[in-house]
Design a protein around this ligand. Structure first.
Ligand code: BGP
Length: 460
């Protein structure tokens, strides 16, 4: 017999600051690396996005109509601290206060990501995550968030997809590396992020004892391409580097052995300062949030048929290679679709860490079409989400402690690197890649469908 989702299950939806807000230089906001990034040809920038900065009330009203119990969004560090440290921008605090209060007035639980790919540009110029000082600067930023919003925000996520930033740095937020050994520099940055994360987790527990905080990597179960033991080893290697490195550090406060040997072998181990190990071991998350779009398949031999977009590097000699999975269908953007893999991933994380889990992203990017009469028939999205929710329910029946599900995305927004043509939302926003049109909001078919899912607590 299937178990039900808990009574207080957080049925939500997600966005991130730079992908929805716009107002990139308004009211004292400093630029972030996303504002300064070069954009691929034919791809929109993030200057206006969907103008949520000015339309948040209208958007939240729609979220409430959809029945959302939670809304996951991120705070733009450079809106709070234009330079990343120093003087606080009170207009920035005011904006997020208004946003949080608006959500609470509709009984929507705010789930706040502290950092989602948008490092303040001034910090990037000072060496970004390579500079050890950033550990304390992030803690200082955290302190400002907890003291201003901690009385109302009960769920905090530290860093979005830290693992993807390290594995696919150019695409998501770490555009420039200065040294001769860029990979070593990346793992040094990774180390600083782990320290920064541990510091804010500890601080959150001191400053907001009722709140809960956790990491938010992208976790994907990794299948071996075959039962050849070498393929199994490749899958295990990749899993240690891509998944467990991040969660072991957050939960157990240490690097896992396989990941550490890999770094040693490649001569990319980070320098560990005196005191770092204590910092890592002194903090523990209350739950694990993770983003899931698909599983990955790994093999010992290189394969050239795989679209490496978003999933991380294509591979490394003698360690692992990514290959495609012939058993899975793909989205229009070539991402594999694997609902059963979702159940497998949930069980795997739960078994390894025995902590509550929160799905902070899951969804389908597609070329939606606005039809006559303001209709968007996104049955493919409904199909994707339904299958994933069914598998989540099976995972709950298996014993996974799942506290919430926040699909990507609440509303259409600018994709991380594929512009506006790739849509994920329950709400359509009327704009094109470059023509902002009227930005009007239109409920998609999936909006009505998800409303029913929430109303029935996942009986679909
Ligand atoms: C995750 C990010 C999101 C989001 C999503 C979809 O990696 O956390 O910010 O963009 O993936 O990715 P994309 O926009 O590249 O399709």
């Amino acid at each position: 017999k299937l178990k039900d989702f808990s009574e207080d299950f957080l049925w939500g939806a997600s966005t991130s600051a730079y992908q929805v807000e716009g107002g990139w230089d308004e009211d004292g906001k400093g630029p972030s690396v996303q504002d300064m990034a070069e954009h691929p040809e034919n791809t929109s920038d993030f200057k206006t996005s969907i103008d949520h900065y000015h339309r948040y009330k209208e958007d939240i009203k729609l979220f409430s109509e959809m029945g959302l119990k939670a809304y996951r969004f991120s705070i733009a560090w450079s809106r709070i601290l234009p330079k990343g440290f120093g003087e606080i921008n009170h207009k920035g605090i005011e904006f997020y206060n208004n946003l949080i209060n608006e959500l609470l007035s509709y009984n929507i639980e705010p789930i706040v990501t502290m950092y989602h790919f948008d490092l303040p540009y001034s910090l990037e110029k000072k060496g970004g995550w390579s500079n050890y000082e950033i550990v304390d600067l992030f803690e200082n930023y955290g302190k400002i968030l907890f003291s201003n919003f901690g009385d109302r925000v009960k769920y905090w996520l530290t860093i979005n997809e830290q693992n993807i930033m390290i594995l696919n740095n150019k695409a998501v937020g770490i555009p420039n590396l200065s040294t001769k050994n860029p990979k070593k520099e990346l793992y040094q940055q990774n180390h600083h992020m782990l320290l920064a994360q541990a510091k804010v987790m500890k601080l959150c527990h001191i400053m907001c004892p009722d709140a809960k905080i956790g990491p938010a990597p992208n976790i994907a179960y990794i299948y071996p391409a075959s039962s050849d033991p070498e393929d199994v080893l490749a899958a295990q290697n990749f899993s240690s580097i891509r998944n467990w490195l991040y969660l072991d550090a957050a939960v157990f406060g240490r690097y896992n052995n396989t990941a550490w040997s890999y770094m040693k072998e490649k001569n990319i181990t980070p320098n560990i300062k005196k005191g770092d190990e204590e910092i890592l071991s002194e903090a523990k998350p209350d739950f694990i949030a993770f983003n899931y779009y698909s599983t990955i398949t790994a093999s010992k031999k290189p394969s050239f048929d795989f679209n490496t977009d978003q999933q991380g590097a294509a591979g490394e000699q003698g360690v692992y290679y990514i290959t495609s999975n012939p058993n899975l269908e793909k989205t229009e953007f070539n991402w594999e679709i694997d609902p059963i893999g979702f159940r497998i991933t949930l069980r795997e994380i739960s078994g390894r860490y025995n902590l509550p889990l929160l799905v902070s992203e899951n969804g389908l990017g597609a070329f939606d079409k606005l039809e006559k009469g303001d209709v968007v028939n996104d049955d493919y999205r409904i199909d994707y989400l339904r299958k994933h929710i069914e598998q989540a329910k099976l995972a709950v029946t298996d014993g996974v402690q799942l506290i919430g599900y926040c699909p990507w995305s609440a509303i259409d927004l600018v994709s991380t690197h594929q512009g506006f043509k790739k849509r994920y939302g329950f709400i359509y926003v009327n704009r094109d890649e470059f023509d902002l049109k009227d930005l009007r909001r239109i409920r998609k078919k999936s909006f009505y469908w998800y409303k029913n899912v929430i109303k029935s607590n996942g009986k679909i």
